[in-house]
Design a binder for this molecule. Structure first.
Ligand code: DGL
Length: 283
């Protein structure tokens, strides 16, 4: 029997899903609902969240440590389900680190799949991005969207308090409502004709109803879970050499760099079901 488990553990090659904390669970939830057949490994760097207000160097260093560890757990494909890490670390890891670690493996982010489709939703040609300070300052959405939709204008608003409010489960009160309304208003002060708004942070689906209430009218409010899930599905269809390397056992493993108990208690909000996590330390 032991031999069987050793064999089973060996062939497990989960798809890795990474976030600075809980936000990536909103992405994993959609990915798993679309493709329940694969094995998944989630890592939340809860001990060092939020990433959104940190420097490029720090986000790169943290993300690199986490991704390297996930590749060592036999993930052949890792998704950075975090806009901040996608904006500030993905390209450097892909170009500088991955070739030395294992050039056959792949690391993908959430910004490009979103940029590829966002222009299809707007009639006014004006889209708004609500995101962390790091994502906004990186200019990644402006650059990526201009490749796919050169006629679309992009307006951004950094919302630095939203992730801390969400991570600390403090988003259901009037104080949180104030900051949500304030940042949404700042976005529309830049351009009132925006008709499509992206939740450019994987934590924000938790407060989507509050954001919707703060919007000045009816419009498209996009979150990235479904966008990332269908983009991943199409990627795996187009890349059978990667798809072959992702095991299909329907399992999920969860890891956190902070307290397991907190992760298990809090993650239900983001994932919709209870999880049992394990602790991993990088420092
Ligand atoms: N979920 C991350 C994102 O999509 C949150 C960033 C943070 O840790 O500040 O940007």
């Amino acid at each position: 029997m032991d031999g069987f488990f050793i064999f089973a553990a060996k062939i497990m090659k989960p798809i890795g899903i990474f976030d600075s904390g809980y936000g990536g669970l909103t992405v994993l939830r959609e990915i798993r609902s679309l493709m329940p057949q694969y094995d998944y490994l989630y890592l939340g760097d809860n001990a060092r969240t939020p990433y959104g207000t940190r420097s490029f160097e720090t986000v790169y260093r943290y993300t690199k440590q986490c991704v390297k560890w996930m590749l060592e757990q036999d993930c052949h494909l890792v998704i950075l389900a975090c806009n901040t890490a996608s904006a500030k670390a993905l390209r450097t890891i892909q170009q500088r680190d991955l070739p030395g670690w294992n050039p056959e493996k792949r690391i993908l982010g959430v910004i490009r799949p979103t940029a590829e489709i966002i222009g299809n939703y707007t009639s006014t040609g004006k889209v708004g991005i609500l995101a962390t300070t790091g994502t906004v300052n990186s200019g990644s959405y402006i650059i990526e969207i201009s490749h796919f939709f050169p006629g679309v204008s992009v307006y951004q608003q950094a919302c630095p308090l939203w992730v801390p409010l969400i991570e600390n489960n403090l988003f259901n009160n009037e104080g949180a409502d104030f900051f949500i309304r304030q940042d949404v208003n700042y976005l529309f002060e830049q351009q009132p004709d925006i008709d499509t708004v992206l939740l450019g942070c994987t934590h924000y689906p938790l407060i989507a109803d509050k954001i919707e209430k703060a919007l000045p009218g009816q419009m498209q409010l996009l979150s990235q879970g479904q966008i990332t899930a269908s983009s991943l599905q199409s990627y795996l269809r187009r890349h059978p050499e990667i798809d072959r390397e992702c095991s299909r056992g329907g399992t999920m493993q969860f890891f956190t760099t902070d307290s397991r108990e907190d992760f298990d208690r809090h993650s239900k909000l983001f994932f919709g079901e209870g999880v049992r996590s394990r602790h991993i330390d990088f420092e």
